[in-house]
Ligand binder design. Sequence first.
Ligand code: ZN
Length: 132
Amino acid sequence: MHKKRYDQATLICLIKRSKIMSLPNCPKCNSSYVYEDQALLICPECAYEWNPNEVAEETTVQVKDANGTPLAEGDKVTLIKDLKVKGSSLVLKVGTKATIKRFADGDHDIDCKVDGAGDMMLKSQFVKRQSS
Ligand SMILES: [Zn+2]
């Protein structure tokens, strides 16, 4: 008798939790009847199957350094070669330290605060992430 009451409480808890962790609508037909099958989400209305984790990864542009190490905002990097600053006689020497403030579009894809030079747009292919 006591055990049965406990089971009911567990069931209610599970129902509540599945409502909180609601699944996204189908990206093809926008159906809200999507269900989960292991790592995949499946739409019963148009039979579309997808992996929600793969979709999330594809939409994130990953900026990488010269070694292919992923970079993040706030990372400290060093220059791997001398870089001449466009429109000036200033040269940033190899080994100069910089901190990534944010990522940008275009070929100069990282907006950095460079030690001794101030804010600069740099190319991620010419920096290397400092292991902290
Ligand atoms: Zn669908």
